[in-house]
Design a binder for this molecule. Sequence first.
Ligand code: NAP
Length: 313
Amino acid sequence: MTSSSVKSSSVNSPAVTTHLTVSCIGGGHLGTTLCRLLLEQQSDIRISIGQLLNNSFESSLKAVEFIGDGSAVKDRERLKPADLWLITTPDNAIQEVCEALSESGVLAPGNIVLHCSGSLSSKIIRLPDQQCYRASVHPIHSFADPLISLSTFAGSSCAVEGDDQATGLLNQLFSSIGGNCFPIQSAQKALYHAATVMACNNLVALLAMSKQMLAEADIDQGQQDQILNPLIRQTVDNYLNNTDPAAILTGPISRGDHNTVEAHLDALSSLSQWRNAYAALGEVAVGLAEQQGYASDDQLEKISDLLARATDY
Ligand SMILES: NC(=O)c1ccc[n+]([C@@H]2O[C@H](COP(=O)([O-])OP(=O)(O)OC[C@H]3O[C@@H](n4cnc5c(N)ncnc54)[C@H](OP(=O)(O)O)[C@@H]3O)[C@@H](O)[C@H]2O)c1
């Protein structure tokens, strides 16, 4: 069954929809995993995979083999009708792919066009001539190895936004594969995504910086790991046991030790990238220390002044 099964009334009322055809443009790490999970889910909605279109036909064939359903297609002109269009190309191709899809004439009223970018909202999907619904669902999961993701996806949070007529059904579908769906405002997607980058990618960068600073202090690599690993583990455990950051902050800023902070900034005086990072994060720590109330206002003001004077920007 194809688009005839998803009239706008059935999209509004997911329980009415029993069979959806999902076609995927950009079947890479995430796209193939989602297609296979959707295919194998056991909810009231039965899924068939329609077509897979990648940059190269070989890549589309590989995606079909992994998913176990659907057919590989060589170009956009050969696309056939589907109910749900999963656009899972890299972010910078989404808009162009959606425009081409819109111009292809294959879309039908009531179709859902969905992308999975973390930072972009559904508003980048422009479908001027169709009565289709637009949405984005960002699964907070690393799809580095699709085979592993098949068994680890359940429990991942999924940020959902877009047209109301689509989000109800998508909440149902992503919940059926184990996603913890939550709504996100379209205008807040970039900020939301930046927050997840801070907790994941930038945390890695921060740990890399910490190691580089130890190396600069002439501490060899084996010793660096012995110093940092227990500290990192303990800090992350403390955070996971009590997710109020003000409850777990320790160290010189928490204690109001402005002389220590001054010594750190002096040691970093010729290393501006590290000093700027230290000062920016230190300002956040001052805010937490104010909530804790261990250090006096006077001590925290001195620290804040030192940090402000230390930055290059
Ligand atoms: N990977 C993750 O962990 C993750 C997590 C959350 C969200 N996301 C989001 O998921 C989306 C896909 O990411 P990914 O990591 O799965 O990407 P990916 O593994 O690089 O796969 C992208 C796929 O898109 C195809 N493609 C590229 N440009 C295309 C075009 N113009 N037309 C048709 N197909 C095209 C590629 O085809 P070829 O193979 O032929 O080059 C490839 O199969 C992105 O929006 C990303 O932000 C990813």
